[in-house]
Write a protein that binds this ligand. Structure first.
Ligand SMILES: [Fe+2]
Ligand SMILES: [Fe+2]
Length: 261
């Protein structure tokens, strides 16, 4: 049963952020489909227009009404169904081309994450919920690095070496987040290691965010060799890192309640 949606400034900003992200996913899909599948390209473009219309509306409003939230929810569900259809076609080789299955899975998970928010499912601030959210975003960050590695030209050796080192760091952070999440299920009275871990994650995500911003700047200036279909992709992943940083800031404030001094 879905409750009524919280009409707060934070909720509005969350919706604005994800509606724009999902609009861009539709663009990235349309750019990555083979030109022999004009039907699927047109479908992706229709989703782009749908989310552009929703973005215009959420940007111009000071608050959210239930009707608009329901419309957004239906659009997100339809986009998830479209992504699932493409995934079935990719894994059965009915569809071939430059759309990586893991990239499609990644953007599907992001859409499901937003749908959970719209359905008010993640509204919990327990220690396990915080670590679950960190695990979600750490996986997203690790995959961003993997996508960048697979799209950079092999001659971009310095950037590739930086990205490889960063991938190791994020793989370890993801594994640690999962370990801590499992330990937190014992409901400890205090868990200072999680506070220390969250500070480390914040530092590392800040570095990754700056790496993405630099890569975006280089791509816009045409100073970067890659198979990236549009520099917007790098700006998109930078905004997702900024979103994680914002959440980490809120988490650090919440985590103080589990601190033993
Ligand atoms: Fe995304
Ligand atoms: Fe992403």
């Amino acid at each position: 049963m879905v409750g009524s949606f919280p009409n707060t400034r934070d909720a509005l900003n969350e919706v604005r952020f994800w509606v724009r992200i999902l609009k861009e996913h539709s663009l990235f899909i349309s750019l990555s489909l083979p030109c022999s599948r004009q039907d699927l390209i047109a479908e992706a473009q229709r989703f782009y227009e749908l989310f552009q219309g929703l973005q215009n509306r959420v940007e111009s409003k000071a608050g959210l009404d239930q009707r608009l939230v329901d419309e957004i929810r239906h659009a997100v569900e339809a986009l998830i169904a479209f992504k699932h259809k493409l995934m079935r076609m990719l894994v059965t080789c009915e569809l071939r081309g430059p759309l990586y299955p893991l990239l499609l899975d990644h953007i599907t998970r992001e859409a499901i994450h937003f749908l959970d928010f719209l359905n008010c499912r993640p509204c919990s601030d327990t220690l396990v919920a915080i670590l679950k959210e960190q695990s979600f975003f750490l996986r997203i960050m690790k995959e961003h690095i993997e996508f960048i590695i697979s799209l950079l030209d092999p001659s971009e050796r310095e950037l590739l070496a930086q990205a490889q080192a960063s991938k190791e760091v994020f793989s370890d952070l993801l594994e640690t987040a999962r370990d801590l999440k499992s330990m937190a299920r014992s409901r400890p009275e205090h868990f200072n290691r999680v506070i220390q871990f969250t500070e480390t994650v914040t530092q590392r995500v800040t570095e990754l965010r700056n790496f993405k911003a630099t890569a975006h700047e280089l791509a816009v200036l045409c100073r970067l060799l890659s198979a990236i279909p549009d520099p917007l992709l790098l700006d998109h992943v930078r905004r997702e890192a900024d979103k994680f940083l914002q959440e980490l800031k809120d988490m650090r404030a919440l985590l103080r309640r589990w601190e033993c001094r």
